[in-house]
Write a protein that binds this ligand. Sequence first.
Ligand SMILES: [Zn+2]
Length: 622
Amino acid sequence: MRCLSFLLALLLTLPATAQDRHADEHSYAQPDQVRIRDLGLDLAVDFDKHQLAGTATLQLEWANEAARELVLDTRDLAISKVEARSGKRKWREVEFALAQRDERFGSKLTITLPRQYEQVRIAYATSPQASGLQWLAPSMTSGGKTPFMFSQSQAIHARSWVPLQDTPSVRFTYTARIRTPADVMALMSADNDPAAPRDGDYTFAMPQAIPSYLMAIAAGDLVFKPISGRAGVWAEPQVVDKAVKEFEDTEKMIAVTESLYGPYRWGRYDLLILPPSFPFGGMENPRLSFITPTVIAGDQSLVSLIAHELAHSWSGNLVTNASWKDMWLNEGFTSYVENRIVEALYGKERADMEFVISRNGLKAEMAQIPAEQQVLMLPARVGSDPEDALGAIAYDKGAWFLQFLELRFGREAFDPFLRAWFDGHAFQSATSEEFLAFLKAELMAKNPAAVTEAEVMAWMTAPGIPDFAPATESPRFAAVDAARADWLEDRKAARDLKTSAWTTQEWVYFLEGMPETLAPERLVELDQAFRFTGTGNGEIAQRWYPLSERSQYFEARPAMSLFLRKIGRRKLIMPTYEALAATADGLAFASQIYLMAKPGYHPITSASVEALLAKAKAAPAQ
Ligand SMILES: [Zn+2]
């Protein structure tokens, strides 16, 4: 996933415990007793009720002869019946108990079986408030005529639409039959057929075993256009051509990644372009990455997001963090591979600019989070929200550590090492401890002078960034620094700066280097020269609107309000909400905007905005 959650400081409140790092404290499941091996879904999509209803059939593999209980994760599911059987025998109804709902983890479902049946079938329906589903009225889509729904299961939201073992340490294959209104197309993280007739009755198979957070479904007015023989775009008809053009390099990205890390093992690789309310940049649902439309910039400047989601086909989907404490094994590796893909396709200058921007974000985030959370190898934290681990530490410190290893060992040793890690752990879950052991045996032992164990452990278990971390220089950003200084020190007017060749990365860096506030008339000058207010580029808007608000440049507010109401991608809008929440007047304005925006926001985005506004109201600023 690409999101860089921004509100970590609000959430990181729970103390570390000494619990075993190998357990998954975010799931009720007991995979040491019994594991799901296959899931069969038969669900109807009801857009009026905002509900999925039907059955989930689980194939079980028992690990302990004495076990008679199957414990599953659920959240807000209405369970009407549970049956069990072995082989093709008759289904027999069995007892189940749904525990009281925990705010964070949902309700533990305990199914008591008289013996070790091979299959369990659960009849259930989801709640309209399911945390992993969003239901959009036709008015919230590009076409305006057909409703839209989609899932977001990572980290622990799959349990809100399927009863299962919701832990990345369990993998299973799945099949599904999905029924929708006849004019709606349904897709899953499975073998979507570009030629499937649109008739409201769809079947899917996912033959590779995946963890629960990669379960995904979407339904709406979706059409397909190919990019290559194995890659293409699903999107609303109004968006599909623009998306195919923007992401035309997808096949090249697959080929580059294969040349570095071995074959793409999932069959097709398609992109699903979601409506603007999608709370993240992208989600690496296997065979079908879910993508925010906010990266369709018109100039391919934000396609590193596609590189990121594609990279997860190796780091994350193929080799998966065994629990969310080891999130950096997914996101740090993926951010590193993303940068390698960008370098191979678009050159080192662009890759370096992207590293610099993400590391500036990392430094800003580190200033807000406690030291014990600044480590890659997080301690077990019972009761914590697993999304706490979804911050810049896992992504950018993780990628920085891998770049450090690459530079010390050299690509000729490091690239084959990484490929061997993916090959050797394919379709398995892994822990930080396993990676460390592999690193020591396969890289450090063979090149003993390159890196010390103390250096490795400084990355893994010490807060902050080691002082021996490699620095990334960007000559193109040095030119931006010079231009900004010329303007700030009145040597040049904004319109005289040489910006015609700047890409999104340079504009982002230009704005991020501005002082905390500027005189409003200085922002007028920037706006007249560069038309930032009302920009269609979300990355620029993400930096411009907070600067305007801090600088009390209120002329930007109407466009800011439109931006906050149209876009639901958390990373893009949260900085503006935060800037607004810093003053009493801004907080009132933000609360008004949120009321209007909320019906179009995903529950994940709403929760973040509400937490921010509530915190600001509890401790008024001025
Ligand atoms: Zn990711």
